[in-house]
Design a protein around this ligand. Sequence first.
Ligand code: G2I
Length: 449
Amino acid sequence: MSVKRTRLIALCSGLLAVAGAVAVMPSASAGTTLRAAAAEKGRYFGTAVATSRLSDSAYASIINREFSSLVAENDMKWDATEPQQGRFSFTNGDRLVSHAQANGMTVRGHALLWHAQQPSWAQGLSGSALRSAAINHVTQVAAHFRGKIHSWDVVNEAFADGGGGGRRDSNLQRTGNDWIEAAFRAARAADPGAKLCYNDYNTDGVNAKSTGIYTMVRDFKSRGVPIDCVGFQSHLGTGIASDYQRNLQRFADLGVDVQITELDVAQGSNQANIYATVTRACIAVSRCNGITVWGVRDSDSWRRDENPLLFDSNGNKKQAYTAVLNELNAGGPSSPPPSPSPSTSTSSNPQPGGGCTATVSLNSWTGGFVATVKVTAGSAPVNGWTVTVSLPSGSAVTSAWSATNTGTTGSVAFRNVSYNGGIAAAGSTEFGFQGTGNGPAATPVCQAG
Ligand code: G2I
């Protein structure tokens, strides 16, 4: 850690101590929406969306105000994206991505392979025909959305419930135990810039199922199978495992990010507390990238009888909403250390005070690379930014997303696009680019304004 960064931390904690002494109310910089408050902690706050409902203005206005990440509740699943073998349908998924991009949100991809919601043609396949159809599905869908997905649920719910900690029986599992790693390798090749996640439920504490998954992730990391993150769905009842945070942390300690991916909690006297506990756990685990709730209003929920969401059916904020917002604002702004996945290297140029900093994460292979750049505001908000990156000779930028580049070789400047120029104090945004040759070795320079 540089001296500059140490001074910044000392300065921030001094300010917090002062604020804490005089204020009972949230400080002036406290986020007033979930997305703003989460951004101040360097995290996203997302929701599952039914694309067809985006034309409901009450629904869309809550989404646009409160959330910084979207996931399709159903529209990117296998039955939706490949209804007939080899005939792909991306209309709804593309609409969701456009909506997200127009509103400065990232997108989680859900889900490339799952035993449920398979198109009927796939349900009828087995053996090598199913394996190659499944890998083709992963390749085509991940390639279609290449560069637009923050994290993909590559494989969903492949572990069995109950005490054994083993795999769930399914047509995919019957193609051979290596189907999961084959899916991850295909996804990496098709979209090298997306974080690749394994996602499951009933994994909310240290238990046989979460330990089975933990063992698989440890094995994947040791053998170089490309996995970057684990999703904890967190469909919760009226209680929560006392070791929820410890379980997230043990996965993070394996070198993967963790994400809360489908949070909803049965209504009851404890609902707000459980939401608060989950939020606190994610903030406490530096590799927890963000939280996604599984729907907007109670009436939108797959569990609507249990009123499990943050907004009531009229779109009013519930106690659970306030509990989450307060947890996100607790302790003031802070950022987790940049998580390197799916990169192989990182570098940064911390600058205290105003201005901005940039961190680049590289995923390289022979002849090419994908760079994901995180732009972070200093202690003042940023309105417009330019990140300049030095490429080694022989390298060239071939495409960029969420930024526009001037030049393709040598010193290349990336300017924000319309939706991501404004960054709250201590907040951050991401853009990316890919290229031929080797990625940037030197520290990028961020200029605000
Ligand atoms: O089951 C809850 C979630 C568990 N984890 C994976 C998620 O993908 C899953 O989401 C739910 C959706 O919330 C439901 O909306 O997945 C269900 C399918 O397993 C979705 O339900 C389906 C109905 O089964 C279909 O009949 C319906 O056509 O929703 C479809 C669209 O409304």
